[in-house]
Every structure is written in structure tokens, then in C-alpha cells.
Design a protein around this ligand. Structure first.
Ligand code: SF4
Ligand code: SF4
Length: 268
């Protein structure tokens, strides 16, 4: 199936935060208590209740001050570290390429949080049961709240009033994004850049930036930690072998015990 993506064009964003509110509203996330922190940016960080957060940043000096806006949420990596390390299969690839999540399967181990190169998953540990659960953006593919299966765009895209967010086939959005970057370069933004085309093998959320990623506070050259690769390629298979050996051991135990029992009966 052809992969789909979200294109975020920072040069068209006004930081109205309609996307942030639409995400909370559609995904039934609770409002969080906010405090005056001397910024329009709130809440202070992603959380189990805030899957998408707009970040506001002032750069430059007094004579040349710029206000830059960035979307902070899951990047829906093509080769996702979180999927590699998740031991329960709670994180998985949606047929359209997004990284979906089955909350019911999450054990709360927190490996996805440790290995994500973009520091996205957040653990909810305040549960009556004492069990933790991870939470993050699912690109509106959450079971029971699935907009994508119904043929709709994600809630954030649907609500964006400026056209900064677009939903569509990844190949098409890459072309759109590259064209926009060229347009910005011609306008004098010589460091304009399309983020997510190549980073960590490609992501399903793409950013058009009118300056280099570091100016926007976005991690340059993100890397999937080697331990995540080892986890998938070595430790997980070893785990399956160990589980298999335990199973074989148990089976042998049962067979031996049964043989002994039968022999015992024969001796009487
Ligand atoms: S950004 Fe992090 S949580 Fe999202 S898909 Fe990539 S590794 Fe997983
Ligand atoms: S809804 Fe659109 S313009 Fe408003 S903050 Fe989100 S991306 Fe920016």
C-alpha cells in the first residue's frame, strides 16, 4: 500500500495551536493545568495527555528578531526505534506507514521512551492499578477513534486554518515539500530544508523549514541508538529462543513425569 504522510510547513504556520487543540479534542485527551511561564507556549512538554505541542522560539538579536514555530509530536519513523524495542508488540506499523499503538498491549516497560531519537513517548504512571502505559500520537489511527480508516485526514491537518499542514501520499508530499524549499531559497532563505526525507531512514511527518533544523531546535542527524538495532536483531530473537527452550523443558518435564507415572503403575 502506498505510504501516506503529514507535511508541516513551518513557513506557513502562525502558531495558532488549533492543531494542538484538535488533537486533544479528537483523541479524548484531558486538559492539563497550565501556569504563567512568560511564554505563550503551553503546556511545557509532551505528556500522556498532550500528543502534539507547538513550540515557539525567538531567534536573532534585537535588530533581526525572528519568531519560529515548530510542531512537536511523533515523527512516525519508517524504521522506528520504538517498534524495534517494544517487547509486547504494542507498537506496530499501520499499513499506510504510521506507527500505531495498541494501549492494551503496553506493559509500561518504557523502552520506547528510552530509545526514541526524538524523545516523544511519555509514560503515564499515575494509574490506580500501579501499571504504567505509554502514550504518543498515533496519526489518528487509535482503535475506536480511527479517522484514517474512515478516509479522513488526521484531526490536526483538518483543523489547520493556514494550510501549514497537508495530508497525502508521501511521494507527493516529498515533491510538494521540495518545491516549497526551492521557492523559499529563491526568496532568500538560503538554508531552507525539507526535514524527514532522509533522517533516520525517512519519517512520515515531513517539515518544510526556512532555516536549518538546529535554528528551529530540531535534532540534526538524529540516530537510532545502536542498542535498539541490537535489541531487534539479537536480543529479541535470543528471547524467543529462551522462551522456546523453557517451553521445551516444561514439555520434557511433563513427558518424563508421565512416563514415570505409567512405569509406576506397571510395577504394582
Ligand atoms: S518519533 Fe519516536 S515514538 Fe515516533 S515513530 Fe519515531 S521512534 Fe517511535
Ligand atoms: S493549526 Fe496550522 S497554523 Fe495553527 S499552529 Fe497548527 S500548524 Fe500552525
Amino acid at each position: 500500500m502506498a505510504e501516506k504522510s503529514i507535511l508541516y510547513d513551518a513557513s506557513k504556520c502562525t502558531a495558532c495551536r488549533g492543531c494542538q487543540v484538535a488533537c486533544k479534542s479528537w483523541n479524548e485527551r484531558e486538559a492539563e493545568k497550565t501556569t504563567e511561564r512568560g511564554t505563550l507556549e503551553n503546556p511545557p512538554d509532551l505528556s500522556p495527555q498532550t500528543w502534539l505541542k507547538m513550540e515557539l522560539r525567538e531567534v536573532g538579536n534585537n535588530g533581526n528578531l525572528r519568531w519560529l514555530f515548530t510542531r512537536r509530536s511523533c515523527m512516525h519513523c519508517k524504521d522506528a526505534a520504538c517498534v524495534k524495542v517494544c517487547p509486547t508488540g504494542a507498537l506496530y506499523y499501520h499499513p499506510l506507514g504510521f506507527v500505531s499503538y495498541d494501549r492494551g498491549k503496553c506493559s509500561g516497560c518504557g523502552y520506547c521512551k528510552e530509545f526514541c531519537p526524538f524523545d516523544v513517548p511519555r509514560l503515564d504512571t499515575n494509574r490506580g492499578s500501579g501499571l504504567g502505559r505509554m502514550d504518543k500520537c498515533t496519526a489518528c489511527t487509535t482503535f475506536g477513534l480511527d479517522r484514517i480508516d474512515e478516509g479522513y485526514s488526521p484531526a490536526c491537518v483538518k483543523t489547520c486554518p493556514t494550510g501549514a499542514l497537508t495530508y497525502g501520499y508521501r511521494e507527493t508530499l516529498l515533491t510538494t515539500g521540495q518545491a516549497r524549499v526551492q521557492e523559499l531559497i529563491v526568496k532568500g532563505y538560503k538554508n531552507a530544508y525539507l526535514y524527514g526525507d532522509k533522517e533516520v531512514g525517512g519519517t512520515h511527518v515531513l517539515y518544510v523549514l526556512d532555516d536549518s533544523p538546529s535554528v528551529y531546535g530540531i535534532v540534526e542527524n538524529p540516530k537510532v541508538p545502536g542498542a535498539a538495532i541490537a535489541w531487534q536483531d539479537v536480543i529479541k530473537p535470543l528471547g524467543y529462543v529462551a522462551v522456546g527452550l523453557v517451553g521445551i523443558g516444561l514439555l520434557l518435564n511433563v513427558m518424563v513425569a508421565r512416563a514415570k507415572m505409567l512405569n509406576g503403575k506397571g510395577e504394582k
